[in-house]
Design a protein around this ligand. Structure first.
Ligand code: ADP
Ligand code: ADP
Ligand code: ZN
Length: 214
């Protein structure tokens, strides 16, 4: 099964993708994570993306389409994948349609996580992640059992993203409404959109998703 997670920054795409990875064996493909890895490595690609990411804008379609195309060719995607943060513009969605057809992949669902703007600001400014295993946390909504220590791997190397501040979040929300939301219409025409109420608690969102995925 191959799915897309669609939703504004902070909607819970990454959180849910990580939970479902374990249940369904689909691999999470996060363009945000891939781009942050390029920035951290100081590659040419990372150098090109860094300033745009810090401002809350979108990096070029060409760049992310290239990243996803080579990632999807890797063996672990054959058992199914969840696209998290891609596509983010209509041209990216159109390129993905062609790419999947060429590579012989089917798209099963576009899971649209709907969350109001105001709670998103709090979700993003309270977000932190384990720098060692990637587990996601929140200051209020998902605290580790022991403060500052990862439940999963025991590391105390917790990280916050440079772009998770209120000012940048507002720019990212604007980019979502202007450039990403029109994708719902694109996949609506293909009958693939499954709306999910993302304003509810993490495990309730998971239950809704499991009902859709079967
Ligand atoms: P996205 O990948 O869509 O940007 P994340 O999955 O990283 O969003 O979630 C953003 C933050 O909100 C994280 O700190 C996460 O722990 C928290 N979070 C995720 N889903 C929920 C939810 N349903 N209710 C409250 N907090 C949530
Ligand atoms: P979030 O879900 O919290 O918005 P992501 O980790 O998905 O964050 O993305 C972080 C940043 O990386 C975005 O603000 C954007 O600059 C860049 N980015 C990620 N995916 C894409 C994409 N598909 N197209 C363009 N830019 C992207
Ligand atoms: Zn960890």
């Amino acid at each position: 099964m191959n799915v897309i997670f669609l939703g504004p920054p902070g909607a819970g795409k990454g959180t849910q993708a990580k939970i479902l990875e374990e249940t369904y064996g689909m691999v999470q493909l996060s363009t945000g994570d891939m781009l942050r890895a390029e920035v951290a490595a100081g590659s040419d690609l990372g150098k090109e993306a860094k300033a745009v990411m810090e401002s809350g804008g979108l990096v070029s379609d060409e760049l992310v389409i290239g990243i996803i195309s080579s990632r999807i060719d890797q063996d672990d995607c054959k058992g199914g994948f969840m696209l998290d943060g891609f596509p983010r513009t209509v041209p990216q969605a159109e390129a993905l349609d062609v790419m999947l057809k060429d590579k012989g992949f089917n798209l099963d669902h576009v899971l649209e996580l709907q969350v109001d703007d105001e709670p998103l600001i709090g979700r993003i400014t309270g977000r932190f992640t384990c720098g060692d295993c990637g587990e996601g946390y929140h200051d209020m909504f998902k605290k580790p059992a022991k403060e500052g220590v990862c439940d999963k791997c025991g590391s105390s190397n917790m990280k916050r993203r440079a772009d998770d501040n209120e000012e940048t979040v507002r720019a990212r929300l604007q980019a979502y409404h202007d450039q990403t939301a029109p994708i719902v219409g694109h996949y609506g025409k293909q009958g693939l959109v499954r709306p999910v109420d993302g304003n509810t608690a993490i495990d309730e969102v998971t239950n809704q998703l499991k009902t859709i995925l079967g």
